[in-house]
Design a protein around this ligand. Structure first.
Ligand code: NAI
Length: 306
């Protein structure tokens, strides 16, 4: 399994590190436009191999896409991150150009690849890759829900004052502060609905904290987060590489599913060797359906800026 990660910045390097530590890929190529940057990150990471016990070979390259040839999976993290007070949508001007060029360069050398889009505004960037390339829809996957769900579980465990491993929950919808939908109704602690343990008011606090999870970190860090985004991408790459058929909420092109068309939106999908193996249909109640409509409206408004 060869994985290319474009953008050797905070998220790209973190993603490469987690992929290497899990040791399921033979090769990770880190590519960046900044001269020497990916080479430096790759060398630093390779010098952790004997300490962390992995055999994955990590190489760094400056903008030479021929070295990415025949990648099974390509991850696009190139672009600018938001600063405190900014929304993800404000990044569209710069990131759309970058994502379009990068995806076309990647496909030139890896026509069969699966692309995971991370750059923000992610749902719109995933949609742009669909519109500007001829890759089939199962091979273009946006990463947002996997991260937002991890943040949701963190907040749920905090409220329950128990271990995160006891908690399950999913965030669907658009990857934005206003668009994401933490499904509190379906969240569980060891299979029991969390509403058995938490008041409606406390659950609402969890929901709100989840929605601003990225913004909270951006304020603390001065830039957007990288550990959890990197871990979320690596978990998705692993599901594809190892054909695990695990379910992750991902931004997928919808053609009628959940009542939407011509939009990339966060829905649960089965990930395996073909990328998106299946879009999972969960039954939403009327309130959740209405929130999903609003979320889709927000994503479409950003798509219209392309
Ligand atoms: P960063 O600034 O640390 O890294 C971005 C890297 O992309 C830089 O090293 C830059 O040199 C490189 N780059 C820029 N243009 C390029 C090009 N044309 N070709 C190759 N490399 C290029 O930013 P960070 O924090 O890694 O974030 C990357 C992106 O991921 C941002 O758009 C951010 O908003 C997004 N993000 C998305 C998340 C999600 O859940 N979907 C979570 C976290 C970040």
């Amino acid at each position: 399994m060869k994985v290319t990660v474009v953008g050797a910045g905070a998220v790209g390097a973190s993603c490469a590190e987690y992929i290497a530590i899990k040791d399921f890929a033979s090769e990770v190529v880190l590519l960046d436009i900044k001269e020497g940057y990916a080479e430096g990150k790759a060398m630093d990471l390779m010098q952790t191999a004997s300490l962390n016990g992995f055999d994955t070979k990590i190489t760094g390259i400056t903008n030479d896409y021929s070295k990415t040839a025949n990648s099974d999976v390509c991850v696009i993290t190139s672009g600018i991150p938001r600063k405190p007070g900014m929304t993800r949508e404000e990044l569209i001007g710069i990131n759309a150009g970058i994502v379009k060029t990068v995806s076309s360069n990647l496909i030139e050398f890896s026509p069969e690849t699966i692309i995971i889009v991370v750059s923000n505004p992610m749902d719109t960037m995933a949609y742009l890759v669909h519109k500007s390339t001829s890759l089939p829809k199962n091979k273009i996957i946006g990463m947002g829900g996997a991260l937002d769900s991890a943040r949701f579980k963190y907040r749920l465990a905090e409220a329950l004052q128990g271990p995160i491993s006891d908690v399950d929950g999913m965030v669907i919808g658009g990857h934005s502060d206003t668009g994401m939908i933490p499904l509190t109704r379906l969240a569980t602690r060891n299979g029991v609905p969390v509403s058995e343990f938490l008041s409606a008011e406390r659950l609402n606090e969890v929901l709100e904290a989840t929605k601003v999870g990225g913004a909270t970190l951006t304020k603390l860090l001065g830039t957007s987060a990288w550990y959890a985004p990197g871990a979320a991408v690596s978990a998705m790459v692993q599901a594809i590489a190892c054909d695990t058929k695990k379910v992750f909420p991902c931004s997928a092109l919808l053609e009628g599913e959940y009542g939407f068309n011509d939009i990339c939106l966060g829905v649960p999908v089965v990930l395996g060797k073909n990328g998106i193996e299946e879009i999972v249909k969960i039954t939403l109640n009327d309130a959740e359906k209405a929130t999903m409509q609003e979320s889709a409206k927000g994503v479409k408004a950003v798509n219209d800026l392309l």
